[in-house]
Design a protein around this ligand. Structure first.
Ligand SMILES: Cc1ncc(C[n+]2csc(CCOP(=O)(O)OP(=O)(O)O)c2C)c(N)n1
Ligand SMILES: [Mg+2]
Length: 577
């Protein structure tokens, strides 16, 4: 009888496909699967303290390296803990393969202990879910999970009952699919039509997203030839901000610079590789061309005049040959000037930072950006860290800035940092964490980080508040409620958990504390910075409803007697005016 069982077959195939790590927690249904992983030796098991932390770490590794990464959770509750991370993988396009423990076949569909129907449960997260119920079906399920994750760039699930995992495997061949072949260029007729519209337009604006990752040169060339200002999404920031002198910042509630106006002032708007979801920041009357290799993105956020299916880089390379250079820089120069004006304004709390108490998050973030390496890997929590990172982290060709930008889960920055630190041990890893996010998920797994001795800096924006929601509630006209959250000294907690803990309460200490944290290579650091909980940003465009909501919220707070708090908030934000 073959000693090679179904689980052995699965790890062989996963290792062959490039999987180097599996993040997760063991449990009864998974015991034969993990025993097989141990014997296999090609895949490292990363025992985390929470499965969700493991999936976020896997997402980061998969996104940074391009390789598939495995995660696992045991039947029922262990599997349930994977789901938020897998939803993040789906939205962020991370090829992560979940090995989900499943109940034995004898109790399937009997409401057995820890039984969970994998098809229903993973439906919204997984691009493919296969349940391995027989050894002679295993190859097809495992192969489809790998192929789908690699070619469609997203999570898949292999649901594996412990009894099937132990069965003798049926031998077979397995070939890893070749992906990332020649990127698709748009049809010639579409390129000609694009060129005609661009040549006719006087004021062209580009709005660039993550789809411009491999098209930086082409976007810069297009912007140069058409004298176009280039706005970018948060996911586009890391590729675009430094690659063209025509960059004019961002739009949306994180908006700064001339992007919002440049988009609305244009005769022709070019949406390149972006799927920007905040439709109230997009124009309705501007002629628009959208280029995206995903046809599902075309026209779904706003009405467009021409939708072009194709890779941005490949399509622009062809398009450039058809364009007549524009010489009128009026539109571009106006929005560049506006952007420069914004940059000066945004420096206010950076310059005042060393003397402003409580510590301003703008000053903290700008200090981190100034002192970090040019190839540092940054991870940003959903929450106000997004506001500060979008404005104060400087991009370079080698830096990366990642987060749960399209799924928008809290608490991703620390686990993303862990996955990055394991994958790139020599590089500086800096996670900008909300105190709510950090204490939600990351604190327990700080022990894991410490046990692995990874070089990872977890900066905590300690505002004792779920501040992003505090701001949202005010924008919607509510009195902030359920957002306050007293914290212990998180540096002391970190020290007790085996990490280096540094607490900062004085603005004058920020520079040296950041420098010390970044220089520390002997394990994880928690830099617990007590920041101003009332710090606000002013978006470049404030929708009417937002302004009205804020006014209403202020009025309600006045009537409920919160005047001292309001005066304090107003004083702390005067520099934004
Ligand atoms: C898992 C999850 N729960 C709730 C939310 C809603 N939410 C978005 S931001 C936020 C507050 C984050 O607070 P914190 O981490 O302290 O960051 P801050 O905004 O205070 O800087 C909340 C509750 C979410 N996005 N994800
Ligand atoms: Mg907070």
């Amino acid at each position: 009888m073959s000693t090679h069982n179904v689980a052995d077959q699965m790890w062989d195939m996963l290792a062959e496909a490039g999987v180097k790590r599996c993040y997760g927690i063991v449990g009864d249904a998974l015991n034969p699967v993990i025993d097989s992983l141990r014997r296999n030796g090609r895949v490292e098991f990363i025992h985390v303290r929470h499965e969700e932390f493991g999936v976020f770490a896997a997402n980061s590794e998969a996104l940074l390296t391009g390789r598939p990464v495995a995660v696992c959770g045991t039947a029922g509750p262990g599997v349930a803990h994977l789901i938020n991370g897998l939803l993040d993988a789906k939205h962020e396009s991370a090829p992560v393969i979940a090995v989900a423990g499943d109940v034995e076949r004898t109790i399937m569909d009997t409401d057995g202990l820890e039984e969970l129907n994998p098809y229903y449960f993973f439906q919204s997260a997984s691009l493919y879910t296969g349940r391995v119920v027989r050894a002679d079906q295993a190859r097809a399920v495992i192969s489809t999970a790998i192929t789908t994750a690699l070619t469609e760039r997203g999570p898949t699930v292999i649901s594996m009952p412990g009894d099937v995992a132990k069965e003798p495997a049926i031998p077979h061949r397995f070939t890893v699919p070749k992906v990332d072949a020649t990127p698709p260029t748009a049809p010639q007729a579409d390129i000609a039509e694009m060129a005609e519209l661009i040549n006719q337009a006087r004021k062209v604006t580009i709005f660039a997203g993550d789809g411009c990752r491999y098209a930086q040169e082409q976007v810069a060339a297009l912007a140069g030839v058409t004298c176009a200002p280039v706005g970018f999404t948060f996911r586009g920031k890391e590729w675009i901000e430094h690659c063209t002198p025509n960059a004019v910042g961002m739009t949306g509630l994180l908006g700064w610079g001339g992007a919002y106006d440049a988009i609305h002032d244009a005769d022709l708007l070019l949406l390149l590789g972006c799927d920007f979801p905040f439709t109230n920041f997009l124009p309705s009357g501007v002629k628009t061309i959208q280029v995206d290799k995903n046809p599902g993105h075309l026209g779904r956020r706003m009405a467009i005049d021409l939708g072009v299916v194709g890779d941005v880089g490949a399509t622009l390379s062809q398009l450039l040959g058809y364009l007549e250079p524009k010489t009128d820089r009026g539109h571009l120069d106006h929005h560049l000037k506006q952007t420069e004006h914004w940059r000066q304004k945004m420096r206010h709390y950076v310059k005042a930072g060393p003397k402003t108490k409580p510590i301003r998050p703008e000053f903290l973030t700008a200090t981190i950006s100034d002192l970090a390496d040019d190839d540092a890997l940054f991870f940003v929590d959903t929450g106000t860290p997004c506001m500060w990172a979008s404005r104060y982290l400087r991009t370079t060709p080698e830096r990366r800035i990642m987060g749960s930008f399209t799924w928008a889960s809290m608490a991703s920055a620390a686990p993303y940092g862990f996955g990055a630190a394991l994958s790139y041990p020599g590089r500086q890893v800096v996670s900008l964490c909300g105190d709510g996010g950090y204490t939600m998920l990351a604190l327990g797994d700080l022990i894991t980080q410490a046990q692995h001795g990874v070089r990872a800096v977890n900066v905590i924006y300690n505002n004792s508040c779920l501040d992003f929601v505090n701001i949202e509630q005010q924008e919607a006209g509510y009195i902030p409620y359920g957002v306050d959250m007293p914290n212990p000294d998180l540096a002391k907690v970190a020290t007790a958990l085996g990490a280096r803990g540094i607490r900062v309460t004085e603005p004058g200490d920020v520079h040296d504390a950041v420098a010390e944290a970044l220089a520390f290579t002997d394990g994880p650091v928690v830099l617990d910075v007590v920041v101003d909980p009332t710090a606000l940003t002013r978006p470049s465009h404030i929708p009417k409803a937002t302004a009205e909501g804020f006014t209403l919220s202020v009025a309600k707070r006045v009537f409920t007697g919160n005047i001292p708090e309001l005066v304090h908030e107003a004083r702390d934000n005067l520099g934004l005016l």
